[in-house]
Design a protein around this ligand. Structure first.
Ligand code: AMP
Ligand code: MG
Length: 324
């Protein structure tokens, strides 16, 4: 049975307990100036997998990593001149900046949904700042609501939406901005807005000049440019799914029961057959096996329950990326 979630009014004591929970791999909901975030240690694969499970997301999309300031951001992402300029103008504040991940960032690959990039944000809310300082590490935090529900702007919304999934909720009253952070991608030559939010396009263009709009249109309308199709991780070699009899030249990804030993090499997403553990290992496992010496990666069936749905969604897309 899940332990009941504790809601604590904001205090030094609450911040200290929240930092402890994060260190232990727990989930902590906390206020930012935009909405309440559901936070986990961004370096801990299992904790990050628990975020996806708690939100019941049907797919893996990368999460925003919260940091105290630009210095901290520089330990995880390759900060360039534009990023420095934006951080000096808008941080702490509701702007998330997507940068190349540093190879030795130590961040969970799941946080980036397997991509080589990371979205970084230094939030302005004093409680979020206190928690980041006390914890002393990066906090992955999407909005603290189940997938498909509106973002929470009060502690009671978090409890209503997520029930006992967070270990702790810090109640800091109502969020002042209420809108999500703006997401800007600085990985390519031209900066591109990936999500509109509290920092406006006009404010960004004052700093950067012309900025592309690569945000995904609402209501499933066709994207206006190919750049608007969200980037997803897929291995370079082909991938086959729902495989029980891998070929000798393939790498095999087992789930639960081991394979038949036919494959060139075998890794197990979760020997005990747990989908959250499998999610935690998914991207690291695919990356490890993505080598030209194999003709492809064969993946055993993964149950389509809970976070298993997001695993299967990612595997299906990766398999389709190679289909003609
Ligand atoms: P949320 O999970 O609600 O906080 O939303 C996070 C937003 O940031 C989503 O629109 C993500 O697609 C976007 N995002 C986070 N990390 C990345 C990344 N590395 N590359 C592109 N978009 C990102
Ligand atoms: Mg959200």
């Amino acid at each position: 049975m899940e332990a009941p979630c504790t809601t604590l009014p904001a205090s030094d004591e609450a911040i200290a307990r929240a930092a402890e929970r994060l260190h232990d791999g727990g989930l902590v909901a906390f206020p930012t100036e935009t909405v309440y975030g559901l936070g986990a240690d961004a370096r801990n694969d299992d904790a990050v997998a628990r975020i996806f499970a708690a939100k019941d997301r049907p797919s893996f999309n990368p999460l925003i990593v919260h940091v105290a300031d630009l210095d901290a951001a520089g330990t995880y992402g390759a900060v360039n001149d534009l990023a420095r300029m934006l951080a000096e103008r808008f941080w702490p504040g509701p702007l998330s900046i997507v940068l190349p991940r540093l190879p030795d960032s130590g961040l969970s690959l799941l946080v980036s949904a397997g991509l080589d990039t990371v979205a970084l944000r230094a939030p302005a809310h004093p409680l979020a700042q206190d928690l980041l300082t006390r914890f002393g590490g990066p906090i992955a935090a999407p909005s603290a609501n189940r997938a498909g529900e509106v973002s929470p702007t009060a502690a009671t919304h978090v409890l209503e939406s997520l029930g006992n999934a967070p270990d702790l909720i810090i109640d800091g009253g109502h969020c002042t901005v209420g809108l999500e952070s703006t997401v800007i991608d600085l990985c390519d030559e031209r900066p591109a807005i990936l999500r509109h939010g509290a920092v406006t396009r006009e404010q960004l263009e004052e700093q950067l000049g012309a900025v592309d709009d690569a945000s995904i249109p609402e209501s499933g309308a066709a994207p206006r440019s190919p750049g608007q199709i969200a980037r997803h991780y897929a291995p370079a070699i082909p991938i086959r799914i729902n495989v029980t009899d891998p070929r000798p030249d393939e790498a095999f990804v087992a789930f639960g029961v081991p394979g038949t030993n036919n494959a060139a090499v075998e890794l197990n997403l979760s020997p005990s057959g747990e989908v959250i553990e499998a999610a935690a290992r998914l991207f690291a496992t695919l990356r490890e096996l993505d080598r030209p010496e194999f003709t492809g990666i064969a993946v055993a069936p993964v149950p389509d329950i809970g976070i298993g749905r997001a695993i299967n969604d990612r595997l299906r897309r990766a398999a389709a990326a190679h289909a003609d």
